[in-house]
Design a protein around this ligand. Structure first.
Ligand code: ADP
Ligand code: MG
Length: 386
């Protein structure tokens, strides 16, 4: 009798075959990417709405691993309007970071590749680039100047062996240093440190990262992200590594800065409470897809997707006594082997007969509020659902 293997088991032979196939696929992507002097016309595009800073359009980002293709982002579409904050929320592993890394073109290559879709970046004056096709050289000048990123763990963004001042000076010199003397650059660094609420800015200028507390370090990282007045800031779980009081301070800081700098912010978190404080618009992701999106008002007063409803229910509420906090049953499907029906179906407590069919299309609940769920299809609504 043949030996029974657990689900997901790969024989050495199969694994070799996948790995060879992956090399073939990624080599094609890499070859395209490494071309020199790509004409601008190849990546020039048009925004669908000039009031948006970024438009993700049917983005697919896959990782070609030896265990199979991980469809980390599998058809994500949403907009980041100019000057607004968009909160991207979803549990760990749902593809939030991969979405933002696709925009920065900082995916782990060669295995990580944008395989389909567009990311339109509004450069102003009617000009836009499709980031999915933009070559490295051009990207270099956009990163930092135009789009910048605040990462989760400040210690991984700061170099432990250089002083804070030198690290900030370097950013300014590299991206914005033309015609500036050393003194000018230092003045700008001090100004930035003060802007993010560091009182002893001269002192901190000559300190090493380990001499600062976690909150201070995150402030420095935020200063670094703001150094070149970027139009778009991606904050990827900027407060997750901090303790709660510091988290509140850093959120306050970001909220204050939001009005001052007038940039668009893509705020990524798994914490709905943080989203409620920060975001104008909310995008809810589940297993590499957007399941619901709308204004913060839409999502918080009228959550529609069973996943969003579950997330809301699993949030503690001050003053409300419960024996046990709600948790969504089951687990996320294996990203290498996604089902061909709704990815949330197996965990859903509100499913209907249609849910076994193909993945639900997005339906509009209002002009701003969209959801991908069969419960909101016309024929299912007649059942008198809430
Ligand atoms: N370098 C990588 N190689 C393979 N898989 C990856 C890589 N980076 C991320 N993934 C996978 O992509 C999925 C989404 O990850 P991520 O975007 O980091 O999640 P999160 O929403 O928590 O930020 C996860 O299933 C993760 O395992
Ligand atoms: Mg992440």
């Amino acid at each position: 009798m043949a030996k029974k293997h657990p689900e997901g088991y790969l024989s050495a032979r199969e694994s070799r075959r996948i790995s060879k196939e992956n090399r073939r696929i990624t080599a094609q992507f890499e070859k395209k990417r490494k071309r020199k002097k790509v004409p601008e016309s190849e990546y020039l595009t048009q925004m669908h709405d000039s009031a948006n800073a970024v438009e993700f359009d049917n983005l697919h980002t896959y990782f070609f691993t030896d265990a199979g293709t991980v469809k980390s982002v599998d058809g994500v579409t949403f907009d980041v309007p100019l000057g607004k904050t968009v909160g991207v929320v979803g549990e760990s592993g749902c593809g939030k970071s991969v979405t933002s890394l696709s925009l920065m073109q900082l995916l782990q290559r060669p295995q990580g590749q944008v395989v389909e879709g567009e990311i339109r970046l509004n450069l102003g004056d009617g000009k836009a680039y499709d980031i999915a096709k933009t070559p490295n050289e051009t990207m270099q000048s956009l990163r930092g100047n135009f789009i910048s990123m605040i990462f989760q763990e400040p210690m991984t963004s700061l170099n432990p062996v250089f002083r804070i001042g030198d690290q900030l000076d370097e950013v300014i010199e590299l991206h914005d240093g033309e015609g500036k003397s050393k003194e000018d650059i230092k003045r700008r660094t001090i100004e930035l440190l003060e802007m993010v609420g560091i009182a002893n800015s001269e002192g901190v200028y000559s300190m090493y990262p380990h001499e600062l507390s976690g909150g201070m370090r995150q402030r420095v990282v935020i200063a670094m992200a703001l150094a070149c007045n970027p139009k778009i800031i991606i904050a990827d779980e900027p407060t997750t590594a901090l303790d709660v009081t510091i988290q509140a301070q850093v959120l306050d800081l970001l909220r204050g800065l939001k009005d001052k700098i007038n940039s668009s912010i893509m705020f990524i978190t798994h914490d709905l409470g943080v989203i409620a404080e920060m975001a104008d618009y909310v995008v809810v992701m589940y297993a590499g897809r957007v399941v619901e999106k709308g204004t913060a008002q839409d999502i918080f007063t009228n959550p529609a997707h069973p996943y969003t409803i579950g997330l809301m229910a699993s949030k503690p509420v001050v003053g409300k006594q419960v024996d046990k906090l709600y948790s969504i049953p089951g687990k996320v499907p294996n990203p290498v082997n996604m089902p061909n029906y709704c990815y949330f179906k197996d965990r859903c407590e509100m499913q209907c007969a249609d849910c076994a069919g193909q993945y639900p299309k997005e339906v509009s609940i209002s002009d701003t509020h969209k959801v991908s769920c069969y419960r909101y299809y016309e024929k299912n609504r007649k059942g008198g659902e809430a």
